[in-house]
Design a protein around this ligand. Structure first.
Ligand code: PGA
Length: 251
């Protein structure tokens, strides 16, 4: 049985005072939620604040990106080893905003993946097609390409610590969500690729949905048998929405 995982992706948002309030509200609200695992991925400068203010029994924390290199002369980068030093639990890798705004190729995603798994941190690997790719009938081919890059480079042991996130680019931050049926179909496709590596593993790996998930659509999305949680952008910045999505797991 895969325990549902709800991860907040704050993106490049937050200030000390606002974060403190948000984290306090989230911490206060999670007491009753037992069937769901929660995590918050904050910008680097605020990770210490998040790790201090969140109750680690209930909510873990992660980063939104990582260097493809090990420690050394890479001005501005943050290594997986550094994140590990602070008890980081997750790192988002290959988010479509990294791929499109910062030119991250599948090869770079794989380099980052290898750095993260080497530390024992769980990578959250994002895959997803653009609207143009979907309308051209290329959605499966794109997901397959993005997944095969990682699957070819990873051992079964590394994959067992990996979370995948299906994030259709056309649904991210747009308010337009994949229908539960569209999302379920893609999650099945993703799990089929995992099953080609190891059938048992495919049943254990969590595949999250991301892209305008909010309280009003979370229940239906999370009820799909292959949707194991959510990667939540905008709605993770409001404690009541983030908690409502987490509560939708139970409903
Ligand atoms: P969104 O972002 O929930 O604001 O659409 C999701 C994501 O990019 O991870």
């Amino acid at each position: 049985m895969r325990k549902k995982l709800i991860v907040g992706n704050w993106k490049m948002n937050g200030r000390l005072a606002d974060n403190a309030q948000l984290l306090a509200d989230v911490s206060d609200g999670i007491g009753a939620l037992s069937d769901v695992e929660l995590a918050v991925c904050a910008p680097y400068p605020y990770l210490a604040q998040v790790s201090t203010l969140l109750n680690p029994v209930h909510v873990s924390w992660g980063a939104q990106d990582v260097s493809r290199y090990a420690d050394g002369a890479y001005t501005g980068d943050v290594s997986a080893e550094m994140l590990c030093d602070f008890g980081c639990r997750f790192v988002i890798i290959g988010h479509s905003e990294r791929r499109s705004c910062f030119g991250e190729s599948d090869a770079i995603v794989v380099e980052k993946y290898k750095r993260v798994v080497a530390t024992g941190i769980s990578p959250i690997v994002c895959v997803g097609e653009t609207i143009h790719e979907r309308e051209s009938g290329l959605a499966n081919a794109v997901i397959l390409r993005q997944m095969v890059a990682v699957l070819d480079a990873a051992s079964v042991n590394e994959l067992s610590r990996t979370v995948f996130a299906y994030e259709p680019v056309w649904a991210i931050g747009t308010g337009r969500t994949a229908t539960p049926a569209q999302a379920q179909e893609m999650h099945v496709f993703i799990r089929q690729q995992l099953a080609r590596v190891d059938a048992d593993l495919a049943q254990r790996i969590r595949v999250l949905y991301g892209g305008s998930m909010k309280p009003s659509n979370a229940t239906e999305l999370l009820a799909q048998s292959d949707i194991d949680g959510g990667l939540i952008g905008g709605a993770s910045l409001l404690a009541k929405d983030f908690l409502a999505i987490a509560a939708a797991v139970n409903s």
